[in-house]
Each structure stands twice: as structure tokens, then as C-alpha cells.
Design a protein around this ligand. Sequence first.
Ligand SMILES: Cc1cc2nc3c(=O)[nH]c(=O)nc-3n(C[C@H](O)[C@H](O)[C@H](O)COP(=O)(O)O)c2cc1C
Length: 173
Amino acid sequence: MTVGIYFATTTGKTEDIAERIAGLLGGVETPKDMSDVDDLSELCAHDAIICGIPTWNTGADSERSGTAWDTILDEIGELNLSGKKVAIFGLGDSSTYTENYCDAMEELHRYFQQAGATMVGYVSPSEYTFDESKSIIGNSFCGLPLDEDSESDMTDDRISQWANQLKSEISGL
Ligand SMILES: Cc1cc2nc3c(=O)[nH]c(=O)nc-3n(C[C@H](O)[C@H](O)[C@H](O)COP(=O)(O)O)c2cc1C
């Protein structure tokens, strides 16, 4: 059982959270920056993948992250990830960017789903304050939204709850 953690970042917050989540889960690989991944097929070697993505390209329909993820979305969609579990966490700012809170998660979610992955790690929006997010699917966020700009005091609780959720959703973790 191998679990990979991948992230992209502009100012380092998504990397910091990736390391904190890895510490909470234990037994997962050292988080890796997508900018350092030359061959995407390495994703297929894992049984489960956790991906961290910030939102920078405010209001954009596509390439919402503004990071290395944007350039490989099509390639992700072409992978064969059937039988693999994938969970996404997103960094954003629910106060300043309340109309577009963590919008990039949904884009990444869509391409991993296209690759046949089983998506896990969905989160209820009931404990969040924001106006709109493209990352709401049905009644849930399609991953874990985190706000280190305006609500960093809530991050510890959010990531530890999510780590427990992933332990129940990804067998062997
Ligand atoms: C110019 C700019 C645009 C941003 N756009 C959004 C946005 O549309 N939605 C959102 O939730 N957060 C937005 N943010 C907040 C970032 O996503 C947030 O600061 C995040 O923690 C950055 O992560 P990183 O340090 O890993 O790059 C924006 C921040 C800046 C400075």
C-alpha cells in the first residue's frame, strides 16, 4: 500500500499543509511538488493519492490554480487510475475571495474522475462561511477547503478531522 502526496504552491502554504497532513496520516510518502514531477505515470504507482491545490486565477473557468497543476490537467485525465482512491485539499481565502472560494479543487477533481479514480475526502460546507465555490458538488465540497489567510486558527481541527476521515475511506491507511 503506497500513498503519494502531491502539491503545487505559489507562496508555500499548500506545501506546509501537505507536510502537516502527511504527519497526521503517517506511513505516506514525503509530499512532492508537482513542478518536480517529470513523468506523470508515477502517479499510477500509488494505491491512493492526496493532492493539494491553491486557487489564484480568480473567477477563471479553467486553469483556476495558477500553478503547475494547470498545465497537466489534460494529461491527468488521460491516465488510468481506476481502482485508485484520490483525495483533494485546497487552499484559498474565504473572506477576500468569497465568490470563488477554493474554486480550483473542482477542476482537479474533474480530471482525476475522468482518469477513473474513486474520489474520496468530501467535506460538508456547513462549518464554512463563503458566498460561492465551484468546488461544491451536490451538497459537499469535493475535497477539504482550507483558509490560511483568514481562518488559520481552524486549520488544525480541519486537517485532523480530515485525516481521520481518510483513514476510514482509504483502506490500509
Ligand atoms: C491575487 C490573488 C488571487 C487569489 N484568488 C483566490 C481565489 O480566487 N479564491 C480563493 O479561494 N483564494 C484566492 N487567493 C488566496 C490564495 O489561494 C491563498 O492565499 C492560498 O493560501 C495560497 O496558497 P499557496 O501559498 O500554496 O500558493 C488569491 C490570492 C491572491 C493573492
